[in-house]
Design a protein around this ligand. Structure first.
Ligand code: NAD
Length: 485
């Protein structure tokens, strides 16, 4: 299995690769076949202190903070380096997460898209001016926040890394990245490409690997970290909000979801069907915006589900690097057991349409594979309907009226995304406007672009990522007043 070993990694601090002070390493295994894929630093507070000191120094030198043209050029060069290394990056990503290689390639390209978008946007950071009275002028300037900690999850580790990193850097901040424990190697492979970008000033980008409770928490507690940009689960987000309060940090929290995909009887069902399948089973359901609740008009539910079952049962599960694999494993044994527990809970009140079990046939017994699962009409207040599962499990709820559809769709603590399908555009727009979600798609699903914001209403988060808002959140607004009396 040595062919799957990516190597032993070090932290990247002040432009130098270095071992954690304790020397401790964590072993990372591929969730598809159990092979050891990397050994990565199990860093502690002292490593975080060193990285924060470098990021602070780099920020205060101002070579970076006040040079948008340099930032633009550096971000473009990094994007180019990533494009030249597309295949090895996608391979590392697939090995660490188990995701199909085609999805891994798509993800790396997505990350390049963020870099290129923010490489341009950095030259458009605008402020404003106000003529407050005859002898003074108020200028509103955008300035970087300072030292940012970027804490990322494992499910889309390269795209989400760049969604944070590219925008934080574009705004002129310096950064310390703390990747998820499971996906350090692919993250660090992206950082390594900075060797091809010599004009990037040292200390602007730092990357420290470690556990959330140790390295992650040390970043959130640190008094010299001005902002934490976190993408991950709601419970971790709440902890970070509480800890960050002690030093009054600026926070951006991109959290979980339980997103409704509403299909009316008058929708184009031939178009809706593949979208509904992809909406939930992409990345084995491990995507924050997955359409994990199908909210469907009662009159078409049985025929639509019969068609869905036929298609879903054709999905080929397998090892991510096999070209014909359409769905990979879930990330860990612990997560697999958790998902199987949710399925059991759902079947107390709901009806199994397909799936509902671990898959071990055809050599999949050393990975964590779960059959794509659909459960019809579990109780609305059951855990399987109310909680984010983060696995290949779709729950189906049926409705009779437009009001009922909206009420079911909005009936969880989450508000990340949602979709409406209908050929009646008045009705579709009415419902889309009523969704309490940061993204609302009409007659499509999961259309995400670097140019457009995503983020959560309710407990799905604070602030937005992507687009202009995703850049501005990394800035402070300064009121500069000139008196010429
Ligand atoms: P997680 O919350 O367990 O971990 C995310 C990151 O936080 C990891 O790097 C982890 O090490 C770190 N962390 C954990 N505890 C910490 C602490 N106390 N202090 C500081 N850092 C800590 O999430 P996960 O399992 O990696 O990712 C899955 C979750 O992420 C899902 O809920 C998913 O919906 C969410 N997510 C949201 C978005 C979005 O854009 N809204 C995108 C992707 C994933």
């Amino acid at each position: 299995m040595d062919e799957y070993y990516l190597g032993e990694y070090q932290n990247y601090i002040d432009g130098v690769w270095q071992s954690p002070k304790s020397g401790a390493l964590m072993e990372v295994r591929c969730p598809g076949n159990g092979a050891v894929v990397s050994r990565v630093p199990d860093s502690g507070k002292e490593d975080i202190d060193a990285a924060v000191a470098c990021a602070k120094r780099a920020f205060e030198q101002e070579d970076w903070a006040f040079q948008p043209r340099l930032r633009s050029s550096v971000l473009y060069q990094w994007a180019q380096a990533m494009r030249q290394h597309l295949n090895p990056l996608a391979r590392a990503l697939s090995l660490e997460t188990g995701k199909p290689i085609a999805e891994a390639l798509f993800e790396v390209n997505g990350a390049i898209g963020y870099l290129e978008y923010y490489a341009s946007a950095t030259r458009t950071l605008f402020g404003g001016s106000t003529a407050v009275d005859k002898n003074s002028l108020s200028v509103l300037c955008r300035e970087p926040v300072g030292v940012v900690a970027g804490i990322t999850p494992w499910n889309y580790p390269i795209t989400l890394l760049m969604r944070d990193l590219a925008s934080a850097l574009a705004a002129g901040n310096t950064i310390i990245i703390k990747p998820a424990e499971q996906t350090t190697a692919c993250t660090f492979e992206v950082v390594k490409l900075l060797e091809l970008v010599p004009s990037m000033p040292k200390g602007v980008v730092n990357a420290v690997s470690g556990r959330g409770a140790a390295a992650g928490n040390a970043l959130v507690e640190h008094s010299d970290v001005d902002m934490v940009s976190f993408t991950g689960g709601v419970e971790t987000g709440k902890k970070i909000m509480k800890t960050g309060a002690d030093t009054m940090k600026k926070l951006s929290l991109e959290l979980g979801g339980k997103s409704p995909n509403i299909i009316f009887a008058d929708a184009n069902l031939d178009k809706a069907l593949p979208f509904a399948i992809k909406a939930i089973f992409t990345n084995a359901g491990q995507l924050c915006t997955v359409g994990s609740r199908l909210v469907i008009e009662e009159s078409i539910a049985d025929t639509f589900l019969a068609r869905m079952k036929t298609e879903v049962e054709k999905l080929k599960l397998g090892f991510g690097l096999n070209e014909d694999t359409q769905m990979g494993p879930v990330i860990s044994e612990k997560q697999m057991q958790k998902i199987l527990g949710y399925i059991e809970d759902g079947l107390q009140t709901g009806e199994l349409v397909t799936g509902g079990r671990r898959v071990t046939e055809n050599g999949l017994d050393s990975g964590f594979f779960i059959a794509p699962t659909i459960i019809k009409n579990p109780a609305h207040d059951s855990r399987v309907v109310q909680e984010e599962i983060f696995g290949p499990v779709l729950v189906v709820e049926t409705f009779r009226t437009e009001e009922e559809a909206v009420s079911l769709a909005n009936g969880t603590i989450y508000g990340l995304a949602g979709a409406v399908w209908s050929k009646d555009i008045d009705k579709a727009m009415r419902v889309a406007r009523k969704l309490r979600t940061g993204s609302a798609w009409v007659n499509c699903y999961n259309k995400l672009f670097p140019e457009c914001e995503t983020g959560g209403y309710k407990q799905s988060g604070v602030d937005r990522a992507g687009g202009v808002e995703g850049l501005m959140k990394y800035t402070e607004v300064k009121h500069l007043c000139v008196d010429f009396a």
